[in-house]
Write a protein that binds this ligand. Structure first.
Ligand SMILES: [Zn+2]
Length: 388
């Protein structure tokens, strides 16, 4: 007699609704994220699988919405392979297929328990470890931006010191909980920035006043949400006329930005559909200018030189909008502070410029991109403040 299969999501970031188990076949549904049409995130543990030919199907895979005007980009499941771990330390991609609205995964477990996730989780313990490493550096200090409705602190890491004419550079991430690549990205960026043997890292710590908020939405991360915070708000749609009741995270962040100033901001995200890295610049905001367009082009060009994974020629998905969506952080910040504010989107799939058939766009590559980002920041650093 074989042991029964047990499916669990009762842990940090866990999310899936079990609908049935037939032999070696587990059927789940993605859990809706408030009333959002985006609920890609899944993260589940399956036990009792030793020796089984395990198959896990997502029955409502085709219920996800698609962004308008993206007909030239495949949907999120086409070309995507899920992540599997046998020990929560190492993650690999697994084979999968998508047909008739069902996405089916073939995890090939090694032991008796396997974890399956949309992207490798970046748990809060890993966030805490990243912060703890940073604050051991005498150039860093830690502040609490605010405490969330679920009682979690939002950490603000201050690096360097303010000084006359020093640009204020902000790096933020994980407004969207499921986009865990933003955590790995921040880890890689901080590692290089604070590496005493890295000349560019040292130079940037001396010449910039740096603010890092790696996890803007800890409530959503802990709850295993795709986009939402604890109040059911998509924080990257909360930057116009921010309601402190529903989006206290954004209200606190914006208040602090107003108190300190912003000369540069990078907001790290992941994109479910794009098979490439995308940078959005302040090109469509009402007060767009040649200065901001030039800064963006210089930044993007420098990133393309720093890593073969990025090119400015990868298009705005669906074409650039006629008008910027001012509910989004990058646009709202660019408009208010007349600064270079950038949206970074990393793929869940692979990066078609520099593909890795085995791992696709992996956490390690997110971290390396974070390190490469310092080259792009340095390329624009002397010009971040308007002359005069
Ligand atoms: Zn996002």
């Amino acid at each position: 007699m074989t042991t029964p299969i047990i499916v669990s999501t009762g842990f940090e970031g866990g999310s899936a609704i079990l609908t049935g188990i037939d032999g070696d076949h587990v059927r789940i549904r993605l859990r809706p994220d408030g009333d959002s049409p985006d609920f890609n995130w899944f993260y589940l543990r399956v036990s009792g699988v030793r020796g089984r030919d395990l198959k896990v199907s997502i029955e409502n895979a085709s219920d996800l919405s698609r962004l308008a005007g993206r007909e030239e980009v495949p949907d999120c499941w086409t070309g995507y392979r899920p992540f599997v771990s046998d020990d929560l330390a190492n993650w690999r991609r697994s084979d999968a297929s998508y047909s008739d609205g069902t996405f089916t995964m073939f995890p090939q477990p090694v032991g008796d328990t396997v974890w399956i996730a949309y992207y490798p989780p970046f748990p809060m313990a890993r966030h805490d470890a990243m912060i703890a490493r940073a604050v051991n550096d005498p150039r860093c200090r830690l502040e609490t931006l605010t405490t969330t409705p679920d009682g979690n602190d939002i950490d603000l890491l201050r690096i360097g010191t303010s000084g006359e004419g020093k640009p204020k550079a902000w790096i933020i991430g994980r407004q969207h909980p499921s986009e865990t690549m933003a955590g790995f990205f921040a880890e890689g960026l901080l590692k290089r920035l604070l590496d005493p043997a890295d000349g560019l890292g040292r130079h940037l710590c001396e010449t910039l006043d740096i603010f890092v908020v790696p996890t803007v939405n800890p409530d959503g991360c802990l709850r295993g949400n795709t986009r939402m915070n604890a109040r059911g708000m998509n924080l990257n749609r909360a930057w116009r006329e921010t309601d402190p009741e529903t989006a206290p995270e954004v209200a606190a962040l914006r208040e602090r930005m107003r108190a300190e100033g912003v000369d540069f901001c990078l907001d790290a995200h992941g994109d479910e559909e794009l098979p490439y890295i995308f940078l959005g610049g302040p090109l469509e905001i009402p007060s767009r200018s040649d200065r901001l367009a030039r800064l963006f082009r210089d930044f993007a060009t420098a990133l393309g030189k720093a890593t073969p994974a990025y090119s400015l020629s990868d298009p705005y998905p669906g074409g650039p909008p006629a008008e910027a969506d001012m509910r989004m952080a990058w646009n709202s910040i660019a408009e208010e502070f007349d600064c270079l504010s950038i949206l970074l989107e990393m793929p869940f799939k692979d990066c078609h410029r520099d593909p890795d058939p085995d791992m696709g766009w992996s956490p390690d590559r997110c971290a390396r991109l974070g390190a490469s980002m310092l080259d792009a920041i340095e390329a624009v650093r002397p010009k971040l403040r308007p002359a005069g």
